[in-house]
Ligand binder design. Structure first.
Ligand code: ADP
Ligand code: MG
Length: 376
């Protein structure tokens, strides 16, 4: 599967851009702040309606404009589909999403155009606290399963409302009765979220381990660390989980009212990456941490591929120059498996990449500058 045509109108620094793309590797190079990331961001937006960095669609509209549109043509197995997303951000957010001019939902986009965005910041997923790892999991499972997103939103809403009630109780108000309905939602949605995460673990573990081995020759392990209790098994049902969650809530009741926050549940969980039983986060070398980050993203691609039956487009933002030659070759070999790779760099790196279409990015334009010849 590949994007063969891309259209941006008033998206970030692009007033109007039409770009024809080929399968295989395309490299976008240009100075800092020339609009390279913006280009990959547009592709990711077309696949998920999420931005790789902006919180709100408002930031995606070219400054001073009331909205933007992005579109692309996706070729797959000899047939083509056109995705169009028109967004008005002023005075209020309004989106119109179509595939082949038929209105669709956000969750339909990933079926047509699965994509994975790689950035140097992926390293933080491995090095830092649990929030970025949960975000990784939530973003992946949310695209695979819209019900996951619905339950997660409901759960997160319950957590924040519950936290404000707990804070009021800490201040001495008699709010205990308002806690009960929130506890119900917390357990109900939290258990579904947790069950879906646990059910995904065997696939995630296998894919991360395989891709880690592919990159560096050794397997690595991934375990889910649940805050509601260590005895949780990956084959536990929603009902098993709900019972355990309720018990945990009851045992934490006093502490939660003292601290004024919800202390246990999927929003406090983690996925731990290990090499030889030791957490890569604490004991891994920089190279091992980088490989683990790459393995997580490649596992994301494999899992999307398994569900949607097509190779995701890989969006490599500034990551290539950071990799050593071995890892570069590993990543590039993916396009031989059928992935289209769109990558950015501040330098033309033709010499590093045997077959590549190069584009120069700058001043809101993107110009093809000749195609690399196959290296003998
Ligand atoms: N909404 C927007 N409207 C117009 N320009 C924008 C908008 N958002 C970001 N930019 C501009 O885009 C440029 C950054 O583009 P980016 O793709 O991040 O650059 P890089 O080539 O370094 O990846 C900056 O100059 C920024 O001012
Ligand atoms: Mg950039």
């Amino acid at each position: 599967m590949n994007i063969s045509f891309l259209l941006l109108r008033d998206f970030r620094n692009y007033r109007h851009l039409e770009l024809t793309l080929k399968p295989g590797v395309s490299l976008f190079f240009g100075r800092n702040a020339s609009g390279k990331t913006n280009l990959l961001e547009a592709c990711y937006y077309l696949s998920s309606l999420n931005s790789v960095r902006a919180e709100r669609d408002y930031d995606l509209a070219r400054w001073g404009t009331p909205g933007f549109s992005v579109g692309c043509r996706v070729d797959h197995n000899g047939s083509a589909k056109t995705i169009k997303v028109q967004v008005r951000v002023e005075p209020a957010l309004r989106r119109k999403i179509t595939v082949e001019d038929v209105a669709v939902r956000r969750s339909d986009l990933v079926r047509v155009l699965p994509s994975v965005y790689f950035s140097p910041d992926d390293l933080y997923m491995v090095k830092r606290g649990s929030a970025l790892r949960r975000k990784f999991l939530d973003s992946l499972l949310g695209r695979i399963d819209p019900e996951y997103s619905r339950q997660l939103t409901r759960y997160q809403d319950a957590v924040s409302r519950r936290n404000s009630v707990l804070k009021k109780i800490r201040m001495g108000s008699e709010w205990r009765t308002t806690l009960e309905p929130l506890d119900c939602i917390l357990v109900e949605s939290g258990s579904v979220v947790l069950a879906k995460r646990l059910a995904a673990m065997p696939d995630l573990r296998r894919e991360v381990s395989e891709t880690y081995r592919f990159i560096s020759g050794r397997p690595c392990d991934v375990v889910y660390a649940a805050s509601i209790g260590e005895s949780l098994q990956e084959d536990h049902t929603v009902r098993d989980i709900a019972r355990q969650f309720e018990e945990r809530l009851a045992s934490l009741r006093e502490e939660e009212t003292v601290r004024g926050m919800t202390l246990s549940g999927p929003h406090r969980d983690d996925i731990v990456l290990r090499l030889d039983g030791k957490a890569i986060r604490y004991f891994g070398s920089q190279g091992e941490q980088r490989s683990a980050a790459l393995a997580l993203k490649m596992a994301e691609s494999k899992m999307l591929e398994a569900v949607f039956g097509r190779h995701p487009v890989l969006l490599l933002d500034d990551v290539f120059s950071e990799l050593d030659e071995e890892r570069r070759n590993r990543v590039l070999s993916l396009c031989d498996f059928g992935h289209q790779i769109l990558m950015t760099s501040t330098d033309p790196i033709k010499s590093m990449v045997p077959r590549v279409a190069e584009f120069l990015v700058g001043g809101g334009t993107v110009e093809p500058c000749g195609e690399g010849l196959r290296r003998e």
